[in-house]
Design a protein around this ligand. Structure first.
Ligand code: URP
Ligand code: ZN
Ligand code: ZN
Length: 455
């Protein structure tokens, strides 16, 4: 054997039990008690949890956005991922006017290949259907391993928005080829009306970022997308859900049997809109913004009841000097925050404190993302799957600081956050990439994951 992990408590979505895990040629080959086989490397995980690596299905690495490029490259972003127990990262290439899907994704794959420290996959954001020609490329995208397409219902001025007719065409085509449509739901016209008013009134602080895109701005777009998805019976994945009204509509559709999936992010579970009143409020500017307490309570309630499917980060950090562009005008702040290294530690710490079970944390951060997005080799500690795993110390206390993160950004909204329990090792396909505070992996080791359509 290449690796034998002994006596850890293995966590699946359903069970927690003490066993040994044997790994050979990047795969889990045996799970059992008192495994006696020879191994090149034996790890004693007594008293520790052994979990499947997290799959962060929502990141924006090296993304041109907000007049700049997000601060984490494929190298630093996936390095940070490894150090937070994330073993697969999904990025969002953006197809631009006149461009194809496969050429867009291929270009980003070429950038990512030599840099990736963990495994990676791509969704593709569609911004221009090229007069419907692009729909004919969906099959080729599937063959390339891209089985999810994202529509921004917002970012109209940025030239990234799709209108409702395009959304419906994409929903239908995605359904036909066994893909899924992801949406960012906010209403740009409502935002523009609010922004115009606040600018005229000289209301320019980050608080007005929130007030220009409050709860109903997100809820309107959530409900519209759900309406269209239901009407054509197509699968829909709502990214970074942050508001109670939209959440309730999505849950109602899901419980009525429609294939509606809901993602939220740690920042919406931890912070409320009150952060925009802080001195450093601009650092928290992201879209959709954090909402009021009522929405946060609804999100936690859905996490506990099982109606939210995934937690992912929307990792899209910018440097302080870039966030400062908007210190006197909230509309100039690049939108996005860091989170890739905080996702799993945050959700596992919530489990360690008894808010949810460890099994549920695994379901939200690993098993469901793998199932929804066709990563057939990932997402659980099962014989035959990739040996992507995290060893977690429930007793280790950790305080997040920019100085103990492994990204390239210079500040984090998670600064000072105290966590009880922390990952001590991360393995990607059996290779140790994170060891007790240090990145020990290798850029370029991460492999492109060709995903399988839902057919
Ligand atoms: O503010 C955010 N979320 N920036 C990244 C792009 C997006 O909308 O997901
Ligand atoms: Zn978004
Ligand atoms: Zn995003």
């Amino acid at each position: 054997m290449d690796l034998l992990i002994k006596n850890g408590t293995i966590i699946t979505t359903k069970e927690s039990y003490v066993a040994d895990i044997a790994i050979q040629d990047e795969k889990i080959v045996c799970i059992g008690t008192n495994l006696m086989m020879e191994a090149d490397n034996v790890i004693d995980a007594s008293g520790k949890l052994v979990l499947p690596g997290a799959i962060d299905v929502h990141t924006h690495l090296a993304m041109p956005f907000g007049g700049t490029v997000s601060a984490d490259s494929y190298l630093s972003g996936t390095r940070a991922a490894a150090c937070g127990g994330v073993t697969t990262v999904f990025d969002y290439p953006i197809q631009r006017k006149g461009k194809g899907i496969v050429e867009t994704v291929k270009a980003r794959k070429e950038m990512c290949d030599p840099e990736a420290c963990v495994d990676y996959a791509f969704h593709c954001c569609i911004t221009d259907l090229n007069s419907d020609a692009l729909l004919d490329e969906f099959e080729a995208a599937i063959a390339f391993g891209v089985t999810s397409f994202k529509c921004f219902l917002v970012y109209k001025k940025e030239g990234m928005m799709v209108d409702d007719a395009s959304l419906v065409k994409i929903l239908l085509k995605a359904k036909e080829v066994g893909a899924i449509t992801n949406i960012h739901a906010e209403n740009p016209d409502l935002i523009d009306l609010n922004v115009e008013k606040f600018l005229k009134e000289g209301k320019l602080s980050p608080w007005y970022h929130y007030l220009s895109r409050p709860e109903f701005v997100e809820a309107e777009a959530d409900k519209r997308a759900i309406h269209w998805a239901k009407s054509v019976e197509a699968p829909l994945y709502i990214v970074h859900m942050a508001d109670k009204e939209g959440l309730e509509a999505a849950i109602a559709a899901k419980l009525a049997g429609f294939p509606i999936y809901i993602e939220t992010c740690p920042q919406y579970l931890e912070f409320t809109c009150e952060v925009y009143k802080r001195e450093d409020g601009r650092n928290f500017v992201c879209s959709p913004p954090m909402k009021a307490q009522e929405s946060q309570d609804a999100l936690w309630d859905a996490i506990k009841k099982g109606t939210i499917d995934t937690v992912a980060t929307d990792h899209c950090p910018f440097q302080s000097y870039e966030k400062d562009w908007g210190k006197d005008n909230f509309t100039k702040i690049p939108n996005g925050c860091a989170g890739i290294e905080n996702l799993y530690p945050y959700m596992l710490s919530a489990a360690n404190e008894g808010k949810i079970s460890f099994n549920r944390a695994v379901e939200l951060c690993s098993t469901n993302p793998a199932k929804i997005f066709g990563c057939t080799e990932k997402g659980s500690l099962t014989v035959g799957k990739d040996a992507d795993l995290v060893i977690y110390d429930t007793e280790k206390d950790f305080t997040v600081s920019v100085s103990n993160m492994h990204s390239d950004y210079d500040h984090t909204i998670w600064e000072g956050k105290k966590l009880h329990g922390y990952p001590v090792q991360t393995y990607v396909r059996g290779k140790l990439v994170y060891d007790n505070g240090d990145f020990v992996g290798e850029p370029g080791f991460g492999k492109y994951i060709k995903r399988v359509p839902n057919k």
